[in-house]
Each structure stands twice: as structure tokens, then as C-alpha cells.
Design a protein around this ligand. Structure first.
Ligand code: URA
Length: 247
């Protein structure tokens, strides 16, 4: 038995297949290199960058500029929604707004276009804003709690909300709106860190309805208002309250 065969047998790489080409005796050093390469190729652990901790990720996002934030959202893989999205939907509008509207998550139309609230709910939101002299893009910034579409328009899941939360926090910090209109249960619960109903959160005193020191007005989501038009009167009250707050 050659020295090569002895070494290969010792490390469990036998039987040795006979090469049709003339066999050239390998040195021990060559054998070491080739078996190391085989081991590396078969290694179940792919070499990858060490994973960033949640705290490191949050701290990095908290320093981003608007442009870097949009780029970070576009390449985000922090939750499973990245596997099914067509486009990320970071937000749209005036980046130094008086009002920041926060909705739930992109739907099918928003996933296609990359812009929030462009479907039927968006048309109603635009009409509500117009009724109080506001317009998307002009003194108004619109974002969602979640930046990627949940498949089939299902509700966002807690891990998805948690993964996206640093982006919304950074948007609020950069925009510094005079008030935040929390549109629907998910926006209000996320912003107020609450499990209450929209009805209960709408009734909160101004001192308790705040995020990062900014006033929050809770209102019904336009999709809900499309299904329950009689509630539009309450949404109108909320808009009046918001208008009075920043007047
Ligand atoms: N509903 C939302 O909450 N956000 C959108 O962008 C569209 C529909």
C-alpha cells in the first residue's frame, strides 16, 4: 500500500477509485490540501457573515438618512415577507410634513406600485385628507407599519411588525411631523404599544396618545370605513381633532 493509500484510509476516504490516467504519486502535503478542500466543499455550514443582533440592527437603522433608509428597506430580509413581496413600500410624500399618516401594510396594488394607499382605501384616504385641506405629498407623509405586503392581505404577524418597527421609528424621527394620524388597529396599537380597540384608543386623552413626544390621533382605517360607511362620521370627528391640534 502506498503512503497516499495509508493516509486516505486513516481519514476514512477509502475505497480508492483507480484513475484511468497514469497515477502520479502525491506527496503528503498535496493530500492534506486536497482532503481539506473536499472537507470544505462538503461542509454543512456555509461560510457567511456573522448575523447582526436585533439591537445592532435597530441602532444602525436609527442613524440612517432618508435615502439610506429607503435603500435599507428595499434590501431588507429581516422577516419572511421579503420572500413574497414584489416591491417594498417604504412611504411617500413630504419628508418634513405637518401630518404623518400611518396605515397597516401594503395591499396588492401597493405591492405592485411601491407606493402606499393607491387602491380603493387610498382613494378614500385622499378624499378624507382633501376634506380637511390636506394632500399627500404636500404637508403629508404616508407610511405603513409594515413595508412589505402580507400574502393574500392577511393581517401582519407580531414578528413582522417587530422586524419593521425600527423603520417606522426612524421615519418618525426623520420626519418630525406635528402629529401622527394612526389609521386603524395595527397602526394605533403599534404606535401606542397597546392592545386596545380602535374605539378605546380614539378616546385616549392627548397626554397618553403620544409617540416620541409627538401627538397621535387614532382613527378608523379607510378599508374599515369602506365596509362600515356609517362610521365615517366618527372619522370626521378624528380629522377635526387632528386639525385643531396643529392649528
Ligand atoms: N392599507 C394600508 O394600510 N396601507 C396601504 O398602503 C394600503 C392599504
Amino acid at each position: 500500500m502506498t503512503s497516499r493509500e495509508v493516509i486516505l484510509r486513516e481519514i476514512g476516504l477509502t475505497p480508492i477509485w483507480v484513475n484511468r490516467a497514469p497515477v502520479v504519486e502525491a506527496t503528503t502535503a498535496e493530500i492534506h490540501v486536497s482532503t481539506t478542500a473536499v472537507a470544505a466543499a462538503e461542509s454543512p455550514e456555509p461560510l457567511s457573515e456573522p448575523k447582526q443582533s436585533t439591537a445592532e440592527r435597530e441602532s444602525d437603522i436609527a442613524k440612517l438618512s432618508w435615502e439610506a433608509l429607503v435603500a435599507s428597506i428595499a434590501s431588507c430580509t429581516a422577516c419572511k415577507l421579503c420572500e413574497t413581496r414584489t416591491n417594498t413600500v417604504p412611504g411617500v410624500g413630504d419628508r418634513s410634513p405637518a401630518w404623518m399618516v400611518v396605515g397597516e401594510a401594503p395591499g396588492e396594488n401597493e405591492d405592485k406600485s411601491g407606493e402606499p394607499f393607491v387602491g380603493k382605501a387610498g382613494q378614500l384616504l385622499d378624499a378624507m385628507l382633501a376634506a380637511v385641506g390636506k394632500k399627500r405629498g404636500d404637508g403629508v407623509y404616508i407610511a405603513n407599519v409594515i413595508k412589505c405586503r402580507p400574502p393574500g392581505n392577511r393581517n401582519p404577524e407580531p414578528d413582522e411588525i417587530a422586524a419593521c418597527a425600527p423603520y417606522l421609528d426612524r421615519q418618525i424621527a426623520l420626519a418630525q411631523p406635528k402629529l401622527i394620524l394612526a389609521s386603524g388597529k395595527f397602526a394605533a396599537q403599534t404606535l401606542l404599544k397597546s392592545d386596545d380597540t380602535v374605539g378605546a384608543m380614539r378616546a385616549l386623552p392627548a397626554a397618553s396618545a403620544q409617540r416620541a413626544g409627538l401627538p397621535i390621533v387614532v382613527t378608523y382605517h379607510p378599508s374599515y370605513l369602506l365596509r362600515s360607511p356609517l362610521e365615517k362620521a366618527k372619522a370626521w370627528d378624528d380629522l377635526m381633532k387632528a386639525k385643531a391640534l396643529v392649528a
